[in-house]
Design a protein around this ligand. Structure first.
Ligand code: AP5
Ligand code: MG
Length: 190
């Protein structure tokens, strides 16, 4: 159970839970959002390109994101497994990941789907806005990110569900409780 994805709408707790799962299972957590933000901060060409999309709450084009993930998954630290946070988000990205994994004879063990209703998500992200000032945490952009998730990423979850590898976890409640729910479904899936 070492090659996994964590999927869910903005604010569902992907980053929060990914850090905990990564520690418990001893696998690296890779967040495409975090990689993009680091590049924006460092003003690399990738960051300069990604910034306009991120600030608007749009997805960075598949070609750019896919190239970045392909390269990241060639790093030595993914040998023991990985937890991808926030990728794939489109069907084209699912196909890219299938191709990356097939080329090294690997396959996904599980897709963790975190759920929470839109009102809870908006209130969490507005709460975070005050603390860490992410430029995409304004109410208008948050709503747009949520719509994009419903429009483009729910079909990604459905695609993995067809493969029988989705473990759905209720993301509402104390952070520790959500972590325990995740660990329980992962155990059941083994
Ligand atoms: P990304 O950084 O992935 O943002 P996101 O998907 O919108 O999700 P967030 O990071 O906002 O939320 P999260 O689910 O990680 O929740 P968190 O744990 O932080 O992507 C940003 C942008 O990058 C995208 O919009 C796009 O432009 C680009 N991008 C990234 N990946 C891409 C891809 N594959 N393709 C194209 N473009 C891509 O929690 C949120 C808040 O809630 C925190 O304050 C937290 O403390 C709190 N919280 C967490 N759990 C709980 C709980 N159980 N109860 C109460 N509060 C909680
Ligand atoms: Mg995140």
């Amino acid at each position: 159970m070492t090659r996994m994805l964590i999927v869910g709408p903005p604010g569902s707790g992907k980053g929060t839970q990914a850090a905990r799962i990564s520690e418990r299972l001893g696998i690296v957590a890779i967040s495409t959002g975090d990689i993009f933000r680091a590049n924006v901060k460092a003003e690399t060409p990738l960051g300069v390109e990604a910034k306009q999309y991120m600030d608007a709450g749009d997805y960075v084009p598949d070609s750019v994101t896919n190239r970045m993930v392909r390269s990241r998954l060639q790093e030595p630290d993914v040998q023991d497994g990985f937890l991808l946070d926030g990728y794939p988000r489109t069907i084209a990205q699912v196909e890219e990941l299938d191709d990356i994994l097939a080329s090294t004879d690997q396959q996904l063990d599980a897709v963790l789907q975190l759920t929470a209703d839109d009102d809870e998500l908006v209130s969490r992200l507005l709460g975070r806005a005050a603390e860490d000032g992410r430029t995409d945490d304004t109410e208008e952009v948050i709503r747009h990110r949520l719509n994009l998730y419903h429009e483009k990423t729910e079909v990604v979850v459905a695609k993995y569900a067809e493969r029988g590898i989705v473990a759905k976890v209720d993301g509402i409640g104390p952070v520790d409780d959500v972590t325990e729910r995740i660990m329980a479904v992962l155990k059941d899936a083994q």
